[in-house]
Design a protein around this ligand. Structure first.
Ligand code: FEO
Length: 402
């Protein structure tokens, strides 16, 4: 898509990537994405806000050239240095040698290692700093962890436009710039929620802080970094309300203690049944369900795990380790909000039984509160071992009350 006007002096020069299906290796993007980038023209200076993924450099450069000669760019503002925002920077700077690069303090450190260019003309933009372009001001607002520690917003008060970085974005691609023309709103809403969960789910308190900063401004348009530009009276209020709702501190109505497992011959499954019986004997009102990992959608299990009060995870030992679906689920653990979460590990094994200790090692690495040394049986658990599993479940449940 070519360059488009946002206002008389602000242009969208970003790129559509409708074919993308996975972002950051783990995030499914069924509806593609866009790498949004903007040019702000003042009477005296020109700024480029955000850049683009390196893959699309030639197309991106064409878009810039439809608005200005790259050599006329005075400032490149990176609200965030992840390579979907900064990827073309190395090639672009050779075409705009006079441009100063403005990033947060954290961004300045990241950028050196992302570009491996120690002589980049970086200026650190501190919270509250302003840039005068001549009739257009750009003000920098710190927004850490939205999405990385380096993130910031850029606010143009004359236009009432906020360049919000990843915030209020979505991996969603249509050949339109604004939210007013969306052809598939239900799919957009799905993508918006999936994006929030993956990118901001781990940082609810930072989302609340960021929302407060946005609400303090008279924002009419949000020029985000992915998906449709949001406008007041169309999607902006809806999007803000969803962030408010999703980031609010939440508490489960009853203790949520899911038990996740895989079982080769049903033996690890039998242990799960008895652990559950023990947990429910101690906490009868708990929501303690058993989930065969292979029988459920991973996104569903991931959501359940990350909002649980405690959880169990079980695996047989195959090839001296836990099995791949169990590792897959653990790879989705929100490492920030799972710190100190109580976890019970279990499994049946035949020869050497590495699954349980390997899972425990990983969970301790995540700073989870692992219960004792887990529960293991060799091959088929006997009736006596099943009763021990039940007692182990009771002890785990008792430990949650402490
Ligand atoms: Fe759009 Fe965090 O990158």
């Amino acid at each position: 898509m070519s360059a488009r006007s946002i206002t008389k002096d602000i242009y969208a020069v970003g790129i559509l990537n409708p074919a993308m299906r996975i972002f950051d290796v783990v995030m499914k993007t069924e509806y593609g994405t866009s790498y949004n980038s903007y040019i702000v023209k003042g009477a005296e200076k020109t700024a480029l806000v955000e850049t683009c993924h390196l893959t699309f450099f030639d197309q991106y450069l064409d878009n810039i050239r439809q608005v200005c000669d790259p050599a006329q760019i005075d400032y490149i503002i990176l609200n965030h240095c992840e390579p979907d925002h900064s990827g073309v920077l190395g090639r672009l700077t050779s075409l705009c040698p006079a441009a100063k690069i403005l990033v947060s303090q954290a961004g300045s450190l990241y950028l050196k290692n992302i570009t491996n260019n120690p002589s980049l003309p970086i200026t650190v933009a501190k919270d509250g700093d302003k840039l005068d372009l001549g009739g257009k001001t750009l003000q920098f607002i710190s927004a850490p962890f939205l999405h990385w520690p380096d993130s910031m917003f850029t606010w143009c008060p004359e236009e009432k436009i906020l360049f919000s970085c990843d915030v209020l974005g979505a991996h969603y691609c249509e050949p339109y710039t604004f939210d007013t023309n969306m052809a598939y709103p239900a799919k957009y809403e799905e993508a918006f929620k999936g994006y929030y969960d993956a990118i901001f789910g781990p940082f609810p308190s930072y989302v609340q802080n960021g929302l407060a900063k946005i609400k303090a401004l008279d924002v009419q348009v949000v020029c985000n970094s992915h998906g449709p530009v949001l406008t007041r009276g169309c999607r902006l209020e809806w999007a803000m309300d969803r962030y408010e709702e999703w980031s609010r501190p939440q508490k489960n109505e009853v203790p949520l203690i899911p038990l996740f497992y895989c079982s080769a011959y049903g033996n690890t499954g039998k242990i799960a049944d008895m652990l559950r019986a023990g947990i429910l004997e101690e906490i009868p009102h708990a929501d303690c369900q058993i989930y065969d990992i292979n029988a459920h959608d991973m996104a569903f299990l991931q959501g359940l795990l990350n909002r649980s009060d405690a959880f169990g995870i079980g695996s047989p030992t195959i090839n001296a380790d836990a099995v791949a679906p169990v590792w897959n689920l653990l790879s989705h653990v929100d490492a920030i909000n799972n710190r100190k979460r109580p976890v019970l590990v279990f499994g049946s094994y035949g020869w050497s039984g590495e699954a349980v200790p390997n899972l425990i090692a990983r969970l301790k690495g995540l700073k989870s509160d692992v219960f004792e040394e887990g529960f293991r049986t060799i091959f088929v658990p006997s009736e006596e071992e099943l009763q021990k599993a039940k007692e182990f479940g009771k002890q785990f449940a008792r430990s949650l009350a402490k």
